[in-house]
Design a protein around this ligand. Structure first.
Ligand code: T3D
Length: 263
């Protein structure tokens, strides 16, 4: 597929996907959704990819749905937003969530509407100090979608989830980090350096182990302690047979840095 709305490249175990409609603050139209779906399919099918980066081009990260695509002025025929969610946003969030490798989101600027929640669906979110998160939906009569009502209360608790969703205020990146909504906030001129260092660390890590960590933490949301202890037992049993586990222990014993292959 030829990409016109995203940039996508993969090298050295690191795949980079950049939302690339900067004049619309990288808001989503149908075509961009199709391109992102295609790129996520490539990532999922390529066993050499050990970490994925999601970021945005220009001054914004993503402003959610392209509202210019919605002819919803009074008197216009209604738009089926449920169909839009089913066709585009649900597969987007589920596709990201299901990837076995870590997904790093570098939030380079404002993240609004579905753009904010797309970031929250990633595993490690780093934001530039000038970036912000806006649950803009309430301003146009909608609810937080793209997993917002799932991720927000789990990340920051229901008081903050409600405040953010009902008021639609801009949450600066620094406060988002203080609240635990995201992993880290860095100075703007440090975003690419810090992100690259993280990507390189994750690309050289025990990939199967990281995938199992994601799986276990995702399952814990709906599990009892007993069920979760069983999940941990089963995953640990599988990982005990991995090359990377053997390498990790051998390297520890030999007091040398490990060289993980991701197998
Ligand atoms: O519809 C469905 O399928 C259901 C699913 C919905 C999911 C959603 O995401 S709904 C929520 C949609 N998003 C929003 O409501 C956010 C709208 N944007 C904003 O509130 C503001 O643009 C920001 C707070 C994000 C940034 O403000 P600011 O002042 O930094 O920039 P700006 O001047 O507003 O925007 C710059 C340009 O981007 C501007 O175009 P122009 O005037 O230079 O030609 C603006 O119109 C455009 N832009 C920003 N957001 C969108 C957009 N164009 C289309 N759609 C957008 N969402």
């Amino acid at each position: 597929m030829t990409y016109e709305n995203i940039l996508f490249a993969s090298e050295g175990g690191i795949a980079r996907l950049t939302l690339n409609r900067p004049d619309r603050l990288n808001s989503f139209n149908d075509q961009m959704h199709a391109e992102v779906r295609d790129a996520l399919g490539c990532v999922s099918a390529d066993s050499s990819v050990r970490v994925l980066l999601l970021t945005g081009a220009g001054r914004g990260f993503c402003a959610g749905q392209d509202l210019g695509d919605r002819a919803v002025a009074p008197g216009e025929a209604p738009v089926d937003l449920g169909a839009s969610i089913e066709r585009n946003y649900k597969p987007l969030v589920l596709g990201l969530h299901a990837l076995p490798m870590p997904v790093v989101c570098a939030v380079n600027g404002v993240a609004a509407g579905a753009g904010a929640n797309l970031a929250l669906a990633c595993d490690i979110v780093i934001a530039a100090k000038s970036a912000s998160f806006i649950q803009a939906f309430c301003k146009i009569g909608l609810i937080p979608d793209s997993g917002g009502t799932y991720f927000l209360p789990r990340l920051v608790g229901s008081a903050r989830a409600l405040g953010l969703s009902l008021l639609g205020d801009k949450l600066p990146a620094e406060q988002a980090a203080q609240w635990g909504l995201i992993w880290q906030c860095v100075d703007d001129d440090q975003l690419s350096t810090v992100t690259d260092k993280l990507l390189s660390q994750l690309a050289q890590a025990p990939t199967r182990g990281l995938a199992a960590i994601k799986e276990a933490l995702q399952m814990s949301a709906g599990n009892t302690l007993v069920a979760q202890l069983d999940v941990e037992r089963d995953l640990q049993r599988t990982l005990g047979n991995s090359d990377d586990y053997r390498e990790g222990v051998a390297a520890f014993s030999a007091k040398r840095p490990p060289k993980f292959t991701g197998r």
